[in-house]
Each structure stands twice: as structure tokens, then as C-alpha cells.
Design a protein around this ligand. Structure first.
Ligand code: NAP
Ligand code: G4F
Length: 325
């Protein structure tokens, strides 16, 4: 039997962290998670996405804001792979508090890279980049060569993380990759993101527990895939001979309105009767459209999405209907 591989996941309590944990456990990894101290004190609320896995995971508390706490964990575990998913991930909030978004997202990434360089240089590193790095786009589809033009502190923090990752790869020979992932959703998506906000509201309206759904810019278009497909791409990136950066998406684009229309229609309702506009939900600088060209991932990683838009919306609506009943 070969050596058991060790993977450390930051952001293990989030949507992607939970699916990635399941994926790596199936591949017989020993999975370690870096969580905030408070999470260990409030398992019911903060560990709900991984509660079914808790007896298989090794969780340690640390702070992405503290280099010392990160060094301690990396020195102790010396993981074969680190998946750095932990971040202030909500774009709208990054307009309310640019400072904490930039601090957590940029410093957290920098601290991990620096700790790898000094204490575990063989560790392979995955950075959770984002299509928000492209921001205001001037090409129909975005690929690895598309210019970055971020529109929020969140997008800026991810561009900085991308550049740090590239620099550690080039300057110190660290096996470090950025996945430039387009929006990906699931029944485990946070309630503040528009897809889950819509599917949870559809369920509550259908069950008679909510009357209206207030949204901002419903003309915005996104390339929406399923988190389960995307965590596999993260793993594939770290199994290659050479480190590189990859765009991951579906190549298909839909508007927020399309999403709402389909979600309501799945429970036999007309979205026009329930969706209302709230100006306060508009962003100071919007990203209007995002659509991936994932040819490089298709060619090198042999990756492609398996869950389409209709299946995604259906799974999310059904799951919310079930849980709100
Ligand atoms: P998510 O569900 O919001 O999870 C974010 C994770 O980061 C949670 O585990 C959260 O921990 C942790 N975190 C946040 N602030 C932290 C801090 N100060 N210290 C330690 N941990 C902190 O996000 P996701 O959808 O799984 O996304 C994973 C990563 O991919 C993020 O970096 C996100 O920016 C990026 N990304 C996501 C998408 C997408 O469409 N989902 C697309 C591109 C890139 P708590 O549970 O304790 O809050
Ligand atoms: O669901 P969202 O909040 O996701 P957004 O801003 O695209 O960011 C997500 O995807 C990124 C990848 O591109 C990730 F990096 C990031 O971490 C996150 O996972 O908003 C999607 C669109 C936006 O254009 C927003 O203006 O929906 C529009 N929208 C319209 N009404 C709304 C609402 N968004 C939210 N959250 N809430 C609304 O009521």
C-alpha cells in the first residue's frame, strides 16, 4: 500500500471545502482542516456542512490573519497538498468592509505561501482564484490570457493572491497553482449568494412562509456550475507534472432573471408575481457578464463539467423544498 497523502484545507467549513473533503476522503487522503477557533466552540452552526464527516477529519484552529498560527500547523502536518479556500468570499460585503476583505484574503494567502517556502517546500499549493478577477470584461469568454480588470475589493484581493501564487512558483519553485473558478453553486451554497437566496425563497414562498423576493440587478449574467464538479478540477491541478493556472467554468451563461424564472417555474409559480426590485441591493460597481473558456482545463486536466444549469437549479430548489418542509 502506498503512503497515505495528507491534504490541508483552509475554508473547510464552506461550500467547496465540504465537497472537497468528501472527494479527498474517497481518494483515501488524510484530510486536515484549518478552522476559526470559534467554529470548534459552535459546531451546530459553524460546522453544519461537514458534520457528517467530523469523525474522519482532523481539524485545527488557526487564524488566516496570524502568520504564527499558520506556520505552526504547516510545520506540524507537512501536508502533501494545501487547498487554500478560506476567504471573505462575498463580493457585496467587500464594498462594506474593504479593509477586512483585503487583509484576510491577501495576507492569508501570503502567510501560507511563505510558510510553505520556509517549512514545507514540497507541499503543493492550490489558490482559490475567481472569475471576479476579470471584472469588467471586453471579451465574450474569458480564458487564462484575458486581462484582469477587477471591480471590487474582493476581485482585487484575488488578483493579488493570483500574483503572489505566481511569484512563489517562479521565484521559489513552489508547486503553486491558481484555479480561476467561475460561479459554482449547490444546495450547500451560503444564503447570501443570489442563487441560494432565490431557491430558498422559492421554497418558502411555495410553502406559504414568505411573500416576496427582493433582488438587485437581475440582468447580471453568470456562468454557473456545480461545486461538486469544480472541486475535482482543484485536485486535478495538483496532480499534474507542472504547476499552472486554469480557468474552470461551463462556457454557458444565464442571467439572474433566467435563474429566478426557472426556479419559480419548477414549483409551478410565475417569478414576475414575486420578484421585486430593491435598489439597495445594487453594487457600487457591478460585473455585468462572465463566461468561461475552459479549453485549457479540457485539454490538460481532461476536465469538463457534468452538471448543467437546469440540473443545478432543480437540485437546489428540491433540496430547499425538502429542508424547509
Ligand atoms: P464559502 O462557502 O463562503 O466559504 C468560505 C470559507 O472561508 C469558510 O470556511 C469560512 O469560514 C472561511 N473564512 C472566511 N473568512 C475567514 C477568516 N477570516 N479566517 C478563516 N477562515 C475564513 O466559499 P466557497 O463558495 O466555498 O468558496 C471557496 C473559495 O473559493 C473562496 O476563497 C472563494 O472566494 C473562492 N471562489 C468561490 C467561487 C464560488 O462561486 N463559490 C468562485 C470563485 C472563487 P467560516 O465558516 O468560519 O466563516
Ligand atoms: O451570487 P452573487 O453574490 O455572486 P458573485 O458576486 O458573482 O460572486 C460569487 O462568484 C464569484 C465568482 O465569479 C466568487 F469569486 C465569489 O466568491 C462568489 O462566490 O451575485 C451574482 C450576481 C451579481 O451580479 C449580483 O449583483 O447576482 C446579482 N444580484 C442581483 N440581486 C444579487 C442580488 N446578488 C446577491 N448576492 N443578492 C441579490 O439580491
Amino acid at each position: 500500500m502506498g503512503k497515505i497523502k495528507k491534504a490541508l484545507i483552509t475554508g473547510i467549513t464552506g461550500q467547496d471545502g465540504s465537497y472537497l473533503s468528501e472527494f479527498l476522503l474517497k481518494k483515501k487522503y488524510q484530510v486536515y482542516g484549518l478552522v476559526r477557533r470559534i467554529a470548534l466552540e459552535d459546531e451546530t452552526h459553524r460546522l453544519w456542512r461537514i458534520k457528517h464527516l467530523l469523525n474522519k477529519l482532523k481539524l485545527s484552529s488557526a487564524s488566516l490573519e496570524s502568520y504564527a498560527s499558520i506556520v505552526k500547523i504547516i510545520q506540524k502536518i507537512k501536508p502533501d497538498e494545501i487547498y487554500h479556500l478560506g476567504a471573505q468570499s462575498y463580493v457585496a460585503y467587500s464594498f462594506e468592509d474593504e479593509f477586512s476583505t483585503l487583509n484576510t484574503n491577501i495576507n492569508g494567502t501570503h502567510y501560507i505561501l511563505s510558510a510553505i517556502k520556509d517549512f514545507s517546500p514540497k507541499t503543493r499549493f492550490y489558490f482559490a482564484g475567481s472569475s471576479e478577477m476579470f471584472g469588467k470584461v471586453n471579451k465574450n469568454r474569458q480564458d487564462e490570457k484575458t486581462r484582469f480588470n477587477p471591480r471590487s475589493a474582493y476581485g482585487i484581493s484575488k488578483v493579488a493572491g493570483f500574483e503572489l501564487t505566481k511569484n512563489y512558483r517562479e521565484a521559489y519553485n513552489i508547486f503553486a497553482c491558481t484555479g480561476i473558478l467561475f460561479n459554482h453553486e449547490s444546495p450547500r451554497r451560503g444564503f447570501e449568494f443570489v442563487t441560494r437566496k432565490i431557491t430558498s425563497s422559492v421554497a418558502k414562498i411555495k410553502l406559504g412562509n414568505q411573500k416576496k423576493l427582493f433582488l438587485g440587478n437581475i440582468s447580471a449574467k453568470r456562468d454557473w456550475g456545480h461545486s461538486k464538479d469544480y472541486v475535482k478540477a482543484m485536485w486535478l491541478m495538483l496532480q499534474q507534472k507542472k504547476p499552472s493556472d486554469f480557468v474552470i467554468g461551463t462556457g454557458k451563461m444565464h442571467s439572474v432573471k433566467d435563474f429566478a424564472k426557472l426556479a419559480f417555474s419548477l414549483v409551478g409559480l410565475d417569478y414576475k408575481k414575486y420578484v421585486k426590485f430593491n435598489k439597495a441591493l445594487l453594487r457600487p460597481a457591478e460585473v455585468d457578464t462572465l463566461r468561461a473558456n475552459y479549453n485549457k482545463a479540457k485539454k490538460i486536466l481532461k476536465w469538463k463539467p457534468t452538471i448543467n444549469f437546469n440540473q443545478l437549479v432543480r437540485e437546489m430548489v428540491n433540496s430547499d423544498l425538502k429542508s424547509f418542509k
